[in-house]
Design a protein around this ligand. Structure first.
Ligand SMILES: Nc1ncnc2c1ncn2[C@@H]1O[C@H](COP(=O)(O)OP(=O)(O)O)[C@@H](O)[C@H]1O
Ligand SMILES: [Mg+2]
Length: 232
């Protein structure tokens, strides 16, 4: 990653980012980059700024200082609407257990990112069904999200994060609420489906066995990036 100038070679990232919540400095001069198709784990103790970094990289939070870019374009100063559009079209999200709409079926949940960007219902339906099948839960497509196991719900969340073919998937403790067996299965789904589509993954976790599944591990402490370790 080039550290000077306004352009960068990474697909997405940030440079010299600072962000404070009142007197709490959550991010202190943080630079980070992810390449196309790369999987990166962001790890570190609770409160070190992992979630805040993910929110800055995805445009949910605007930093107090520094640049945030996607495809060489600094979008940190673009409007809320423009950043929102970028999230809808280019990014996918997997949060900790519980962010599917429980009253909707798994298929309807997975269709949502397509429907809000104007994909016609039959097309959205077919893509959602195909992806649920690919992730091994095709038989649960018509089940309400509130009536499946945590691991099954997280697989559906992976499907929802990937169905609109985003360039980057941001995952915040995606297996944090699961037992290790179902956590493994969800990670298998996430990494395989992302690799299949050439999507980059930025995954926050405080679990070393989860972090080591990524191509690269970035460690944080007290709002700073400590080191970037290449795992494989
Ligand atoms: N909305 C908020 N208001 C005030 N402080 C916050 C808020 N969100 C996070 N923080 C603080 O910012 C720091 C970083 O938080 P966070 O990014 O959530 O860390 P992590 O995800 O690594 O646990 C912590 O000290 C946390 O208490
Ligand atoms: Mg967090």
């Amino acid at each position: 990653m080039e550290l000077s100038g306004s352009k960068s070679t990474g697909l997405a990232g940030c440079r010299g980012v600072r962000l404070a919540y009142g007197s709490t400095i959550a991010l202190d001069d943080v630079s980070f980059a992810v390449e196309q198709g790369e999987t990166v784990a962001v790890t570190g103790p609770s409160g070190c700024g992992k979630t805040t970094l993910l929110h800055v990289l995805s445009g949910l939070l605007r930093p107090d200082a520094g640049e945030v870019y996607f495809e060489s374009e600094d979008f940190s100063t673009r409007s809320d609407a423009a950043r929102s559009r970028l999230r809808l079209t280019s990014f996918g999200f997997v949060l900790q257990f519980g962010d599917l709409v429980p009253e909707l079926t798994l298929r309807e949940n997975v269709e949502l990112p397509l429907r809000v960007t104007g994909t016609r219902a039959p097309v959205a339906r077919r893509r959602a069904e195909d992806l649920l099948g690919e992730l091994g839960i095709g038989d649960l497509a018509d089940r309400q999200a509130g009536a499946v196991s945590g691991g099954q719900a997280q697989r559906a969340a992976v499907a929802r994060a990937l169905v609109h073919e985003p360039r980057v998937v941001f995952a915040d403790e995606p297996t944090g609420a699961l037992d290790s067996g179902s956590g493994e299965a969800v990670l298998d789904c996430l990494f395989a489906a992302a690799r299949e589509r050439g999507a980059a993954v930025v995954m926050v976790t405080h679990a070393p066995e989860v972090a080591e599944r990524a191509d690269r591990v970035v460690r944080m402490r007290d709002g700073r990036v400590l080191q970037a370790v290449t795992v494989r």
